[in-house]
Design a protein around this ligand. Structure first.
Ligand SMILES: [Zn+2]
Length: 707
């Protein structure tokens, strides 16, 4: 292969002539030559510390007169004569290094034959290898000469069978390699150097017929760039570079020291135009260490890594930059977005006590100091950004409650300076119940069991249990829930109303189970009184959601001005008859805790939906007032509200009790007349002419015993 070949390993093979005469130059002759060789007046250059097994023993230093005598003493005349040849000047350092142990010099078994010399790169280190053959074991000594800079390795007790052309290398340290018969007993290897570099010479364990001159790893270049929003400084070199990093301040900079390396690339500082870095530069900090400095625009965190995917590179990773966060408050949710360069990987977790969402952006650095964005819109309290780990930015969204979130499509676009940014967003669900006070009234209690089912199930127990489940769910949704009773106690109707009033409740929901005069009637209904106009809306929402959740017969909503609690309450209120306890199938359902929970969920959904509707109506109203298109806005909001159950009235027909006592002036002692009805049985209902489903209606049966 020619010198210009791209092969990593360029060999110059020597043609081997078998010439016995050449092979056997007597050591004595060599010694003679060596003796007079002092005329070659070349000063040796002190080499930098040499690592490795050969580590320039230096024993021969200054031993110009009888060069190599010390270390080579045991190796015989051949060895010492060679040393004399190179040195002349007497400065040969490391003479005979590695050879003293050699049991046989050329003199003992005849000269070693030099077959060739090659250059290759192993583990990023330029390696010049001299191949030998023959019984003789050559020894060597080395020294460095200046003007021009070159490393000389004299292989003693060796003959070169033919003189090859110089081997061009050009790896940044070595320009070319030459080899020649220096005198009859010494083959001289000359490595022309581009720059000073530590080296080691050894006989590789795996092949004692070789002599290897190994040079350090090289740092060949530095650069700074940003790819997909992720910035990095890259140190390019050969092999797997060892590195050590530190950060310095005043001015802020990152220092990467690469030990055992030689800088062969450009040493001019390179300006960088980036938010993080101003400049990157490299220098030969010490003979054996290359120092790369990234001058920072500001202090930042970073990480440094090497990867088998990127051989020869040491990467100073500055990651993605987290540019900031923002929020947008909507009717049903608040959108929290985090702006970044590129799209870093993000892990989102929900934590409780207190409620919060945590977004961890990996491989990212925060562009600004830690900061907090106050939100306080009823959905999000605040957003906090901090550098959580060296390369992790944590965004915490503090919540007053938690009712759900979803990841939202992110935006993106060019920033003012033209650099692109991306966005990671979450929609955090808003609870219309936040800061609302809801009074929940478990029907009956204490001495008043309410209806009693055929299995013995008592209405007062069922209503208390469902009410507690409702209260718990309301609190989860950010509401304040007040129970009119939380134990099995007797409570007069006015007391129930007073609890709600004292709590300044925004709504009151009384929970009951229905009872008919027969076991026929079934289904769900919700009762209201129009004294507070919004009560009908509340009843509509609760009825619709409850029916949707438990899936039983929808008996609709009905106006019942005769029921004390919902008539006297000063806030929107309704009375829910979940199912009929007088219907065995529905009573069995009520015994099941899972069904009670479903019922509670349905009722809470209804309360939620009512307040959401209120909110939408308010917002629409607010928007509408100033503008001409007022009607449109308001109308939209109104239309959006669930309409009342159209068939409510129809259903009512079948329930006899509904018509009973209408306007019978229940008075403060509410339901007195109803009590009478109840006491007298289904008569009233029957009188209403709705005989078929006689007895339906809690008012007719359930509530009366209170008073
Ligand atoms: Zn009841």
């Amino acid at each position: 292969m020619g010198p210009g070949g791209h092969s990593k390993e360029t060999w110059l093979l020597l043609i081997i002539f078998f010439v016995a005469a050449v092979m056997a130059p007597p050591p004595v002759r060599a010694a003679g030559v060596g003796a007079g060789a002092g005329a070659i007046a070349e000063a040796s250059v002190a080499m930098t510390a040499v690592a490795g097994p050969v580590a320039g023993a230096g024993a021969g230093a200054g031993a110009g007169v009888s060069p190599g005598a010390g270390p080579g003493a045991g190796t015989g005349a051949g060895a010492s004569s060679g040393a004399g040849v190179d040195g002349g000047a007497g400065g040969n350092q490391g003479a005979g290094a590695g050879t003293p142990a050699s049991p046989s010099a050329g003199g003992a078994d005849g000269p070693a034959r030099v077959l060739g010399v090659s250059y290759a790169e192993a583990n990023g280190r330029g390696t010049v290898t001299v191949s030998l053959a023959g019984p003789g074991k050559a020894t060597w000594e080395s020294f460095v000469l200046k003007n021009p800079l070159r490393l000389v390795v004299d292989i003693e007790g060796a003959v070169l069978l033919s003189r090859p052309e110089p081997l061009p290398v050009g790896d940044g340290i070595i320009d070319r390699v030459r080899i020649a018969q220096f005198n009859p007993n010494v083959v001289r290897l000359v490595i022309d150097l581009r720059q000073d570099a530590a080296y080691t010479i050894s006989r590789p364990d795996e092949d004692p017929h070789k002599i290897a001159v190994v040079f350090p790893q090289r740092v060949t270049g530095i650069e700074f760039h940003e790819v997909d929003g992720r910035a990095e400084a890259v140190i390019r070199g050969t092999g797997k570079l060892e590195y050590k990093t530190s950060i310095l301040i005043s001015p802020p900079r990152i220092v990467v020291d690469l030990a055992g390396a030689v800088l062969v690339g450009n040493t001019t500082p390179m300006p960088v135009s980036h938010a993080i870095a101003r400049q990157i530069r490299a220098s030969q900090h010490s003979p054996e260490t290359v120092r790369v400095v990234v001058d920072l625009a500001r202090e930042t965190t970073y990480s440094v890594f090497t990867s088998s995917d990127r051989p020869g590179e040491v990467v100073v990773d500055f990651g993605h930059r987290i540019l900031g966060a923002a929020f947008a408050t909507g009717l049903k949710s608040t959108r929290v977005s985090v702006k970044s360069t590129g799209l870093p990987e993000v892990k989102i977790a929900r934590l409780v006590e207190p409620h919060r969402l945590v977004m961890d952006f990996e491989d990212s650095v925060l562009d600004s100091p830690d900061c907090t964005i106050e939100v306080g819109d009823g959905t999000v309290d605040r957003i906090r950004l901090a550098q959580f780990g060296p390369m992790t930015v944590r965004v915490v969204v503090d919540l007053p409650y938690y009712v759900g979130h979803s990841e939202a499509p992110g935006g993106g676009g060019p920033a003012l300076d033209g650099s692109p940014w991306s966005e990671t967003a979450v929609e955090i669900r808003r609870s219309p119940l936040y800061k609302k006070t809801i009074a929940i009234d478990p029907g009956h209690g204490g001495s008043d069991p309410g209806a009693i089912g055929s299995t013995g199930l008592r209405e007062k127990d069922v209503t208390l249990d469902i009410s507690k489940l409702i209260a718990a769910r309301l609190r989860e949704a950010g509401a304040k829930a007040v129970l009119t009773r939380s134990d099995d106690v007797s409570l007069f109707l006015p007391e129930r109303v007073k609890v709600a009033a004292d709590a300044r409740a925004d709504a009151l929901v009384s929970v009951h189970a229905n009872a008919g005069k027969t076991d026929g009637p079934s289904g769900t209904e919700t009762l209201f009184c129009t004294n507070v106009p919004m009560s009908q809306r509340l009843a509509e929402h609760v009825q619709a959601s409850l029916v949707k959740e438990i899936g039983l017969l929808d008996r609709g909503i009905r106006e019942r001005p005769d029921l004390y609690v919902i008539r006297e309450a000063k806030m929107p209120s309704c009375l829910v008859e979940v199912v009929f306890m007088s219907n065995v199938a529905e009573e069995v359902l009520l015994i099941d805790p899972a069904f009670r929970d479903k019922a509670a969920r349905g009722i809470v959904d209804g309360i939620w939906s009512y307040f959401e509707w209120r909110l939408e109506a308010e917002v629409a109203g607010t928007k509408a007032k100033p503008g001409a298109e007022a009607g449109g806005g308001t109308g939209t909001a109104t239309d959006a509200a669930p309409s009342a159950q159209a068939k409510a009235g129809d259903q009512a027909v079948s329930g006899h009790g509904d018509s009973t006592g209408t306007g019978v002036g229940p008075g403060p002692e509410a339901g007195t007349s109803l009590a009478t009805d109840a006491a007298t049985g289904a008569g009233a209902g029957a009188g209403a002419g709705a005989g078929t489903e006689a007895g339906a209606g809690d008012g007719a049966g359930g509530e009366a015993p209170h008073l």
